[in-house]
Design a protein around this ligand. Structure first.
Ligand SMILES: CC(C)(COP(=O)(O)OP(=O)(O)OC[C@H]1O[C@@H](n2cnc3c(N)ncnc32)[C@H](O)[C@@H]1OP(=O)(O)O)[C@@H](O)C(=O)NCCC(=O)NCCS
Length: 404
């Protein structure tokens, strides 16, 4: 069932908090402790939306903070980083999320954002709004104290930091490293406060922070916790945040983590698909890929801005017709090595919705795979393979690296 719902922009801190509480309950979480909300819940750059039930109570929320998303080739676009999306269980399936999404994406477009990005709790929710899986990550486990191959990149220096020093150093370092990874997003001040010093109900948890320094300075960092094995020697190190800007930083940070005493090994979620630790280990089986998940969901909101900001590979041009499931026509575009130009009423070689464009846009999937799977329609034989050359740009695999 769908219905019209009034969506309000929430500016009053009490309304924002109520919206956040609604969201937490949709995740089956208890109320936010006062101290936690006070220290982490306010940031003027954030955009909060709420939707009410018949009695006027807030029953739905959606939030975003301003971010920069890196594209293939290193261009960056403004993107709304969306989170805290939820509708109270007794008001679901009546169109409230749809109303929130329309308003949120419209506001992003009005602000000049070229895209919106999120991490999805369930894969069935966001495709209908034009979001698609733009990057995927591997869940990995590495055994403690593995032997590293003698030809593995030599590590630099790893030093542990306290929260205050980390708060000064990591935001700038992550911003720099994010600039060379398609799919990476920048974070706002509140994200960093929570990421480094979570407070509230997480304050008592163990958290370690370390930075890697190579010949050219700081080039990686890690924030980690533990999964408690109840006895000394049985804890598992759990990576919360790990960025490496060089093979030496990858090698150095993972050597450091796997070498920490009193642990069985290291667990990390949604690691970049090109983090090839197995190639560096004497026994490659000690790096186990235990799962794979979707990482960043991307929704292009300004098609010409997004198409114009990424690099394109060499190859023959193709005409691509795009469909937007929520707003106006997303246009027909001639894509070539020099970029994208509006192609008016030209007959398309290929056709897809914005959801499926997202799957190729950062380089996660070649267009020919999306044609083969039926996600893109190929009107000109071989156009999918032609588009593969245009969408392929050398560089790291797409990865967002941020949970938000
Ligand atoms: C996901 C959620 C926000 C959906 O809210 P909602 O108000 O029920 O969504 P809508 O009524 O606008 O649904 C729009 C469409 O999406 C479908 N849909 C919504 N949530 C879905 C889900 N979790 N799985 C499958 N389909 C879903 C609806 O059936 C509807 O389909 P229709 O247009 O064919 O009728 C709500 O179920 C929720 O809060 N879930 C728990 C918290 C959560 O996962 N939040 C997202 C965090 S990333």
């Amino acid at each position: 069932m769908s219905a019209e719902h009034d969506v309000a922009v929430l500016t009053d801190p009490a309304d924002r908090r109520a919206a956040y509480e609604v969201f937490r309950r949709t995740l089956h979480r208890g109320p936010v402790p006062e101290a936690d909300w006070e220290s982490h819940g306010q940031s003027p750059d954030e955009h909060w939306l709420g939707v009410r039930g018949a009695d006027g109570e807030l029953v739905g929320s959606a939030f975003s903070f301003p971010s920069r998303l890196t594209l293939p080739g290193g261009g960056r676009i403004d993107a709304a980083a969306v989170s805290a999306v939820g509708v109270r269980a007794d008001h679901t399936r009546a169109g409230r999320l749809t109303a929130l999404m329309r308003t949120q994406l419209g506001a992003a477009r009005d602000r000049g954002d070229a895209a919106a990005v999120l991490r999805a709790s369930e894969a069935a929710i966001y495709g209908r709004f034009g979001y698609g899986i733009a990057s995927r990550g591997n869940h990995v486990q590495v055994a403690a104290r593995p032997q590293w191959r003698p030809d593995a990149p030599a590590p630099g220096r790893v030093r542990m930091l306290g929260a205050t020093e980390a708060g000064k150093l990591l935001p700038e370092l992550q911003d720099r490293l994010a600039g060379s990874r398609p799919g990476a997003i920048t974070r706002n001040a509140r994200w960093w406060r929570r990421g480094i010093d979570p407070g509230g109900e997480s304050a008592a948890e163990y958290r370690g922070i370390a930075v890697h320094t190579g010949p050219d300075g700081d080039d990686g960092f890690v924030v980690w916790g533990v999964r408690d094995g109840k006895r000394f020697g049985e804890d598992e190190i759990v990576v919360h945040d790990l960025w490496a800007g060089s093979p030496s930083a990858t090698s150095g940070l993972w050597r450091f983590l796997t070498g920490i005493d009193l642990s069985t090994g290291v667990l990390a979620w949604a690691r970049p698909r090109d983090e090839d630790l197995d190639l560096m280990l004497a026994d490659p089986r000690l790096h186990r890929i235990v799962g794979r998940g979707d990482d960043l969901w991307l929704r292009i909101v300004d098609v010409p801005a997004a198409l114009g900001a990424r690099s394109w590979g060499d190859g023959d041009p193709v005409v691509l017709r795009l469909h937007d499931p929520l707003f106006d026509d997303a246009g027909t575009w001639r894509l070539g090595p020099d970029g994208a130009v509006a192609a008016g009423g030209a007959l398309p070689d290929l056709e897809c919705g914005l959801e499926s464009l997202a799957q190729a846009f950062l380089g996660d999937r070649p267009p020919s795979a999306l044609v083969a799977a039926g996600r893109w329609t190929e009107h000109t034989a071989g156009a999918g393979a032609t588009a593969d050359a245009l969408f392929a740009v050398p560089g790291p695999a797409p990865w967002s690296g941020t949970f938000f």
